[in-house]
Design a protein around this ligand. Structure first.
Ligand code: GLU
Length: 507
């Protein structure tokens, strides 16, 4: 496999959307699979949309997700700089080249003139392009003005440079996911390449940088597909067709019901994160919760994201990063949008929590206890973690589901109490409590044997007292396996809880 040089090229206009993280992931998988290079390029040429802190946020998000960058603003590399705002001088050479060859031109139209043109087009019922082959000769530009007037306006410094899209050209785009897509150059308008502030537009900077950085595959979201014909024309205009990268436009992430693109609003309404990490918008102060802080494990999220648009063609669902790298292929990415199902993300999280060692889960629980100033030995934490492991979705559930191990219940499921409390079951529990009172340490098996013994003496089945016993000890009708829980609580604590609960139920 030829080593791929791929880039993730976000604009620092806010937090990284979860779809952006998937784009980064697919790029990364191809880079690692081919022994290639993963590049991070910050596309910050639109100064009006620049958000302080966004670049740092993107870098931290990638780091957390385990997507390692080989060349980028932090790592450096010999094709840098990797921030487009630091490459301003480079782009100028290329617009100069196009201007010299008659493949680009200066345009001086004011906003009012542009709006008048749009109005004329609307009135004539024309749809689609605006500033293009059919309208450019009616506009204020170096094609319609005299050489002197053009020079005068350039000297004033208020101009943009537009691409002069050739008419009657067939543009062929070979997309690795969508196959061959053909466009007529008449559909492409004369896009601005250089803005009046001397900054290149996305289109110019993106193509020039992909070329100079020797990118082999452009893997990006489907929303960039409409820009691709212009990009192909730019490669041709520069004479770079032979080394043009392959394109792969990824399917959209759809709302859970499959109707339309997933937005932050949908995620907010449905109560799930849309960003990898917590984010505070420096412009509005608005905060948004991240996957990390919501308790998603990075490898679970990565596994989930990998499957949003790609599948291995087998039944296997659990893939570590290493396995994804080995199995990934652009050919197996689907063309149709991928429904975003947060329940599936939770399922992956559960699976990944189960794969963690008891020691790791115990450390999570110990730190949750420490935050509440509740002491918890390593031994106790490990035992609790092992009974709760199969029952939790997020690390924080260790505390939520295991709080009763530390504090006796104050609320009881009274439905169970009224159904299961009889003089006989009460008597069994009373006797059980007495049996437990001299056994601070008790194994699961002994706790079970003791209960069976007492039940036998009273002539009832253990099944008739189990739920009531659980409510006495934990307050709730459901929870982790009872005998291991009794063993963790210890006989003395269990006795106290049974006695005090039975007393409460009397009143
Ligand atoms: N800067 C573009 C973005 O924000 C990059 C698109 C591309 O990858 O070409 O998504």
């Amino acid at each position: 496999m030829t080593p791929a040089r791929v880039r993730f090229a976000p604009s620092p206009t806010g937090a990284l959307h979860i779809g952006g993280l998937r784009t980064a992931l697919y790029n990364y998988l191809l880079a690692r699979q081919t022994g290639g290079t993963m590049i991070l390029r910050i596309e910050d040429t639109d100064q009006t949309r620049f958000v302080p802190g966004a670049e740092d946020y993107i870098i931290k998000s990638l780091e957390w997700a385990g997507i390692n960058i080989d060349e980028g603003p932090v790592q450096g590399g010999n094709k840098g700089p990797y921030r487009q705002s630091e490459r301003k001088e480079i782009y100028k050479q290329f617009t100069d080249q196009l201007l010299k060859e008659g493949k680009a031109y200066y345009a001086f139209d004011s906003e009012a003139e542009l709006e008048a043109m749009r109005e004329r087009l609307r009135a004539s019922g024309a749809s689609g392009q605006q500033y293009d082959q059919s309208t450019r000769m009616q506009m204020v530009n170096s094609l319609t003005l005299s050489a002197e007037e053009t020079a005068r306006r350039i000297a004033e410094g208020k101009f943009v440079i537009r691409m002069k899209v050739e008419s009657g050209k067939k543009v062929v785009l070979n997309d690795l996911i969508r196959g061959t897509v053909e466009f007529d150059s008449a559909q492409v308008d004369d896009k601005v390449l250089m803005k009046s502030d001397g900054m290149p537009t996305y289109h110019l900077a993106n193509v020039v940088d992909d070329h100079l950085m020797e990118i082999t595959h452009v893997i990006r979201g489907e929303e960039w597909l409409p820009s691709a014909p212009l990009h192909v024309l730019l490669y041709e205009a520069f004479g770079w067709s032979q080394s043009m990268p392959s394109f792969a436009h990824l399917p959209l992430l759809l709302k859970p019901d499959g109707n339309g693109k997933l937005s932050k609003r949908d995620a907010d309404q449905l109560g799930f994160p849309i960003f990898p990490l917590d984010w505070t918008d420096p412009r509005t102060g608005e905060t948004a919760r991240g996957y990390k802080e919501s308790g998603y494990l990075p490898d679970a999220l990565i596994n989930f994201l990998a499957f949003l648009g790609w599948n291995p063609g087998t039944d296997q669902e659990i893939f570590s990063m290493e396995q994804l790298i080995a199995s990934f292929s652009l050919e197996r990415i689907s063309k149709s949008g991928a429904r975003f199902d947060i329940h599936k993300a939770q399922w992956f999280n559960q699976q990944y929590i189960r794969m963690r060692s008891a020691g790791e889960l115990a450390r999570w629980l110990q730190s949750q206890c420490a935050q509440k100033s509740i002491p918890c030995s390593e031994e106790k934490a490990e035992k609790i973690a092992s009974v709760l492991k199969e029952r939790i979705t997020f690390p924080s559930d260790l505390w939520n589901a295991g709080e009763f191990f530390f504090t006796p219940p104050t609320q009881f499921d009274l439905g169970v109490v009224s159904k299961k409390k009889t003089p006989q079951t009460e008597k069994v529990l009373d006797k059980y409590a007495i049996e437990l009172s001299d056994k601070p340490r008790i194994s699961d098996a002994d706790a079970q044997a003791l209960l069976e013994k007492v039940c036998l003496e009273e002539g009832i089945k253990t099944g008739q007292v189990l739920q009531l016993l659980r409510v006495c000890l934990t307050g709730a009708a459901g929870g982790p396996d009872l005998m291991p829980s009794i063993s963790i609580l210890g006989g003395i604590e269990c006795r106290a809880r049974i006695n005090s609960a039975l007393l409460k139920f009397k009143s």
